[in-house]
Design a protein around this ligand. Structure first.
Ligand code: CO8
Length: 245
């Protein structure tokens, strides 16, 4: 296995078919520096390419999923640097993954941490989790999808409130608004997330991939185009099925 400095990876589940990625910069509350994101992108790509892996989990530790993009790394960035380098470009790599990615969030998921969770397909949270887009407190705005994904996932009024106040929301509020699909006791979160990944892993990998692609169309395109996409994928699955009724 590749040697990583900012993440830890493991293969878990009874069938060893779940790829687990733990963000591991505990002293910086898993602030998402560039080297971390480069490693994360590689780990996600490797699990995506591995036929033994059915689903991927990204988690942090009990205190933090991730407290944001790394403020210290970027505080001296300039407009021209950001534009030339395509600052935060590597973040979108996660969304090219064909396999389901589940975020298991304990502790802080702030700024870029919240945006990383939203790049995942499903978010499970521990009951002490805190979500927020506090960029406004430091004179900037969310820059890795927060202003676009949050309103699509929780609606305009909630998204505006979160982005314009910088206030944190807790796990139960996040569940109520649909950002998070389930909340668990802190020490049960990871095992419940692994169970979810294993459940997904009982299905055809091909169909899981097509289903994920199809749901994602709902966030990319018009209803008519999305319905068309769904229908052609649905018809296409008839070339693969062996159903016994
Ligand atoms: N980046 C870098 N380091 C961080 C970050 C971060 N986002 N968050 C925490 N850390 C570091 C702290 O500096 C501290 O390091 P050290 O021990 O060396 O001083 C260590 O992690 C522990 O943090 P705290 O002592 O602050 O822990 P607390 O439990 O007291 O507080 C909080 C936890 C409330 C999460 C607090 O750390 C906090 O508010 N962090 C920042 C949260 C935030 O604003 N996140 C959004 C970041 S912005 C973003 O993601 C994208 C835009 C960035 C643009 C920047 C332009 C200048």
């Amino acid at each position: 296995a590749p040697a990583y400095e900012n993440i830890k990876i493991d293969v878990v589940g009874a069938k060893k078919n779940v790829g687990l990625i733990q963000l591991h910069r505990p002293k910086a509350l898993n602030a998402l520096c560039k080297p971390l994101f480069v490693e994360l992108g590689k780990a996600v790509n490797d699990f995506d390419a591995d036929n033994n892996i059915a689903a991927i989990i990204i988690t942090g530790n009990e205190k933090a999923f991730a407290a944001g993009a790394d403020i210290k790394e970027m505080q001296n960035n300039t407009y021209s640097h950001n534009t030339k380098e395509g600052f935060l470009r590597e973040w979108e790599d996660i969304s090219n993954c064909g396999k389901p990615i589940i975020a298991a969030v304990n502790g802080f998921a702030l700024g870029g941490g919240c945006e990383l969770a939203m790049l995942c397909d499903i978010i499970y949270a521990g009951e002490k989790a805190k979500f927020g887009q506090p960029e406004i407190n430091i004179g900037t705005i969310p820059g890795a999808g927060g202003t676009q994904r949050l309103p699509r996932y929780v609606g305009k009024s909630k998204a505006m409130e979160i982005v314009l106040t910088g206030n944190f929301i807790d796990a139960h509020e996040a569940e109520k608004m649909g950002l998070v699909s389930r909340v668990f006791p802190v020490d049960k979160l990871l095992e419940e997330t692994i169970k979810l990944a294993e459940r997904i892993g009982t299905h055809s990998p091909l169909i899981v991939k097509l289903a994920k692609q199809s749901v994602n169309q709902a966030y990319e395109t018009s209803l008519r185009a999305g319905l068309q996409f769904e229908k052609s994928v649905f018809y296409g699955t008839f070339a693969t099925v062996s159903v016994s009724i």
